[in-house]
Design a protein around this ligand. Structure first.
Ligand SMILES: [Zn+2]
Length: 228
């Protein structure tokens, strides 16, 4: 993610290092790495990306943000890496943080098996929110009102006891939060089989809000939010 030149990495999952090298993204330009929660599909490459951001600890730089349970019991971040970044900050409910002049908030703890927070970014021009893994709860949309809303959607329909959002939940959230544009991502297999781009198109028609299905390597320019 690039906010007015400030590069921030969110949830370095498995393959992050390889994918970023392939896309010519330089980890040494990162100002921060933010981990929403410790599940492996989000944190698989967190250690290697801390190494990359700090040149293997040779340059103490960048900030690492993570929920405390990613560092305490059953930590996914190796203790030896904790003094590689300039600073390590714990995410907590209602928290507000600054990276290089951009601020972000973690308004509410998600309903997920491990400590998890979504993010709300506020830049001088735009707001955008990211609802990471969570079970649906009715207040969810109220915390994430923004110009751009990114939602992790795993299921086609709500399925107990899976602590993830479904397409049905996502549509409810989008209607209530009313972003200018919504991006769906983090698809489970049932969504893949049903062609996410077609589901997004249908959701756009149903909600009257532009909904985009993310794909690997997709770029989204925040300036798009100013148009129309
Ligand atoms: Zn998760």
């Amino acid at each position: 993610m690039n906010l007015g030149g400030t590069q921030i990495l969110l949830d370095p999952g498995p393959g992050c290092l390889v994918q970023s090298v392939k896309r010519k993204l330089d980890a040494l330009k990162l100002k921060a790495i933010i981990l929403s929660h410790k599940h492996l599909d989000h944190s698989g490459d967190i250690n290697i990306m801390i190494e990359a951001m700090t040149e293997g600890g040779r340059r103490q730089r960048g900030v690492l943000f993570a929920p405390s349970d990613a560092l305490d019991k059953e930590a996914v971040i190796f203790p030896y890496l904790l003094n590689f970044p300039e600073k390590v900050e714990m995410l907590s409910e209602g928290g507000s943080y600054t990276v290089d002049g951009s601020t972000f908030e973690t308004p509410v703890r998600h309903r997920h098996p491990v400590e998890t927070y979504g993010l709300v970014f506020k830049t001088p021009r735009h707001t955008f929110s990211w609802i990471t893994d969570t079970k649906y709860f009715p207040e969810l949309a109220s915390y994430y009102k923004a110009d751009l809303l990114v939602i992790n959607v795993v299921l086609m329909e709500p399925r107990e006891p899976v602590a993830h959002l479904s397409l049905v939940d996502a549509a409810k959230i989008i209607v209530e939060a009313k972003p200018k544009i919504a991006i769906l991502t983090h698809f489970g297999m049932s969504i893949w089989r049903s062609k996410p781009w077609e589901l997004a198109k249908k959701m756009s028609d149903d909600t009257g809000i532009k909904v985009i299905a993310a794909r690997d390597g997709m770029k989204f320019d925040l300036a798009t939010l100013q148009e129309g």
